[in-house]
Design a protein around this ligand. Structure first.
Ligand SMILES: [Zn+2]
Length: 252
């Protein structure tokens, strides 16, 4: 009841900002040595649980990073040198900690979301208002599962990516599904939750996700970047089980 009143009177953008401020106030209670967040460079005795089916020690108490964010951060830093080069970056559904990192740089950085409360640039991923071959780097994590016209979205990502650029695409994958599960008649949130595991997903990607990207003309490399890192670091940073963290490196 109180939650719904709060939601109805406080705009979503302000709620997000208040949540982030509150997070920073409570984070000191979690400080310790067991876990480490590479996104905010802080150590904790515990991470916070996250998800409909709770994943223990998933979210950083300070910056809110998830397993996939921390792994992507390592990849961007080590393999793309994304924080030390003057790249033109397009970032869909921007994670707060990656946003903060890019905003520190003197680069052209476009944070984008269809929801104006979640980014500074309101952009429909199926109609990106930039000319062809504009961006060096595109980050699109856990977006495509939510977009009704996924094919058009992938085509648009390819269109605005420079020929020598790279798009890093991440999504929720059920590795037991050979073929992506989707049904255009499933539109009720409760039904989507039951079928796909999240109430706002349009589909649940299977192990054919890379093929779906290739079908629109991308060359795709599937990267489990946990394999490239020491196991102690994977455990200490809580880098996930591979269902939400695989990086699909797309070029063309
Ligand atoms: Zn953090």
């Amino acid at each position: 009841m109180i939650k719904s009143i709060y939601k109805s009177i406080v705009p979503e953008g302000l709620r997000v900002s208040l949540r982030q401020d509150l997070q920073k106030l409570i984070a000191p209670f979690y400080f310790g040595n067991r876990f480490y967040c590479n996104c905010c460079d802080k150590s904790f005795r515990a991470f916070l649980p996250k998800g409909n089916i709770k994943r223990e020690h998933a979210a950083c108490p300070y910056c809110g990073s998830l397993e996939r964010t921390r792994l992507l951060y390592f990849y961007l830093q080590n393999e793309v040198q994304a924080f030390s080069r003057p790249l033109k970056v397009l970032h869909f559904a921007p994670e707060a900690c990656l946003y903060a990192m890019f905003k520190k740089l003197n680069i052209e950085y476009v944070d984008a979301d269809i929801n104006p409360a979640l980014a500074h640039h309101v952009i429909d991923i199926t109609s990106i208002p930039y000319k062809d071959h504009y961006f060096d780097l595109i980050i699109c994590s856990h977006v495509l599962g939510h977009v009704p016209d996924e094919e058009k979205a992938i085509q648009e990502l390819k269109r605005v990516l420079k020929p020598n650029g790279v798009a890093l695409i991440v999504t929720l994958i059920n590795p037991e599904l050979r073929v992506t599960l989707e049904d255009a008649t499933v539109i009720i949130p409760a039904e989507r939750l039951q079928r796909y595991g999240e109430s706002d997903l349009c589909r649940l990607h299977g192990s054919d996700f890379g093929e779906r990207l290739e079908k629109q003309g991308f060359s795709v490399e599937k990267i489990d970047y946990r394999q490239a890192l020491p196991d102690t670091l994977v455990q200490r940073c809580r880098l996930g089980n591979g269902q939400r963290e695989l990086i699909f490196k797309c070029t063309h």
